[in-house]
Design a protein around this ligand. Structure first.
Ligand code: ATP
Length: 514
């Protein structure tokens, strides 16, 4: 079962996967740092993606473009004009909410006597289990106000916040009803557009011409380089350009840990196709490939869903978008957006830059601006999904054979921070330690390997289970005296097998590298 977000956040901090950014200064909302284990997992996700979508394909090439680009790019792409979320402010507390994440739910309190006239007010409730929290608070309010109160609940279950709006009340009643964990507030403003791009200045001039933006997506760097890549002559439509890199969005309400942050990483592909290609079939193929990839890094197939955007929700240039969703700790949410963007972006850049984006198709003997399919995946969201999927508590027999609770991260070997741990059985036998150390160094040439000499073997296994190391290799007396190889213990089954050191390398590379 999926762990709660609080469990994951605590585990991430305790074991060194993820820390709040600027932790010693109390953290910084929407920013996170990846610790010693986290950086390994994150790199493994990015490397697995690059290997499968770039190295293992002959129709996709890579790119690494800059984070700050010519500001005209963001005018052409529509981000300067339209990359915004509707925002409402609370007039009293100045707290901000995304208006599209609030929804209204009508409710009526049961009449319970007569009370004073109440003022219009809004209450913001933050809780994990929104339905229970709302029901409890609604009945409490009804009791305290002692009369019928009609109102609306604006709830944002995805983000764990709710706004309850009543028509009448006194400050004391609100305080008594909602306590310190709720923010009582005045009315909300009308929604207004809030641009999510972070602005900065480039160069010594402080005027408007110096304004530039931190990229809110990596995709536009790809479109801006499309011409250069076509001109280098190695690619033919259909082909793709892939990029992994940082993106920045000044999210109004960054929430749910790594799910929505202000600085994150994306792995994006623009896959260019002929304008008259059967885009529906190609789109479907991409969706299936993306699902397969998520499964290949250890996400359970049953946790992955498809959310097909209905026609009225599509952006004007999009022919079709399907989001792959995942069962995150806070609910089923978007993980991977797979959009058919037509020729919108290249056409825009052709208009704004004055440079032709036409492609000459030698087979068809014609010129066209290619259309594009865009699979866009967040590294941090993938990280969160991988972590939630790996988290597991089970029971295994201890040294004496009695069942013992164990906490284990069942990472797919491709994603695990350490692939192998090497233990000399005892630490006071120099010959044995030296032999193990040599094996450790040989393995290190290939993989990230953990070295541990301290404590009973059982405890050392448990330590590796906790951080998700899939294999533990023990060098014992038979290894050095009889030359009978080493033991390899499997994290998930806890079974041990004996292998010669040469067999060990083959065994591990098959399991780890696939
Ligand atoms: P939302 O509607 O949730 O704000 P979006 O639909 O605008 O997201 P896209 O622009 O499609 O998101 O971004 C592509 C991918 O980038 C998303 O599927 C997600 O994996 C990732 N992503 C987007 N915004 C964030 C963020 N603030 N934090 C972490 N990852 C993000």
């Amino acid at each position: 079962s999926t762990p709660t977000m609080d469990t994951l956040i605590a585990l991430c901090k305790r074991r060194g996967f993820v820390f709040p950014s600027s932790d010693i200064y109390g953290g910084y909302n929407g920013f996170f740092d990846f610790g010693p284990l986290g950086v390994e997992v994150k790199n493994n996700i990015k490397q697995a993606w690059w290997k499968d979508f770039v190295h293992r394909r002959d129709d996709i090439v890579g790119l690494d473009s800059t984070i700050i680009m010519h500001p005209k790019i963001w005018v052409a792409s529509g981000h300067v004009g339209g990359f915004s979320d509707p925002m409402v402010d609370c007039k009293e507390t100045k707290l901000r909410y995304r208006a599209d994440q609030l929804f209204f739910q009508e409710f009526t309190f049961t009449p319970d006597g007569e009370g004073d006239a109440m003022n219009h007010f809004v209450v913001v409730v933050e809780a994990d289990d929104m339905n229970t929290a709302l029901a409890e608070r609604a009945s409490k309010v009804a009791r305290l106000l002692g009369k019928q109160a009609e109102g609306k609940v604006r709830a944002a279950p995805a983000d764990g916040a709710a706004v309850i709006e009543f028509t009448e009340s006194t400050a004391e009643q609100r305080e008594a009803a909602f306590g310190p964990d709720a923010t009582t507030a005045g009315t909300l403003t009308e929604p207004r557009d809030f641009n999510l791009m972070f602005e900065t200045k480039v160069g010594p001039l402080a005027d408007k011409s110096a304004t530039a933006y931190l990229r809110p997506e990596t995709a536009q760097g790809i479109f801006a380089n499309y011409r250069n890549i076509v001109d280098t002559g190695r690619v033919k439509v259909p082909f793709g350009i892939a990029q992994v890199g940082k993106a920045f969005r000044n999210e109004i309400t960054p929430r749910n840990f790594l799910f929505r942050s202000r600085e994150f990483e994306q792995m994006e592909i623009e896959y260019f196709i002929q304008p008259d290609a059967d885009w529906k079939t190609l789109h479907r193929e991409w969706i299936d490939k993306c699902i397969d990839w998520l499964v290949s890094i250890g996400l359970p197939r049953e946790g992955i869903g498809e959310d097909v955007h209905p026609a009225h929700k599509l952006s004007h240039y999009s022919k079709g978008t399907t989001d792959l969703t995942f069962r995150f700790p806070h609910g089923v949410q978007e993980l991977w957006g797979i959009a058919c963007r037509g020729d919108f972006d290249l056409t825009q850049h052709q208009e704004h830059s004055g440079k032709s984006m036409e492609y000459f198709d030698e087979q068809q003997k014609q010129k066209y601006i290619p259309h594009v399919i865009e699979p866009s995946l967040g590294v941090d969201r993938t990280f969160l999904a991988v972590l939630a999927a790996a988290y597991c508590e089970d029971e295994i027999p201890n040294d004496k054979g009695t069942p013992e609770k164990r906490s284990v991260m069942k990472f797919h070997p491709r994603i695990a921070p350490y692939k192998v741990a090497v233990f000399p059985l005892v630490k006071n036998k120099p010959e044995l330690v030296e032999h193990a150390r040599k094996l450790y160094e040989r393995l290190q040439n290939r993989w990230n390997v953990f070295w541990d000499v301290s404590g009973a073997i059982g405890r050392r296994y448990r330590r590796q289970d906790e951080i998700g190391t899939p294999f533990c290799v023990t060098v014992d007396f038979d290894t050095i005296e009889q030359g009978t190889g080493v033991t390899v213990r499997d994290r998930d089954t806890t079974q041990q097998i004996r292998l010669s050191e040469d067999e060990l390398f083959n065994y591990l590379s098959e399991k780890i590298d696939g």
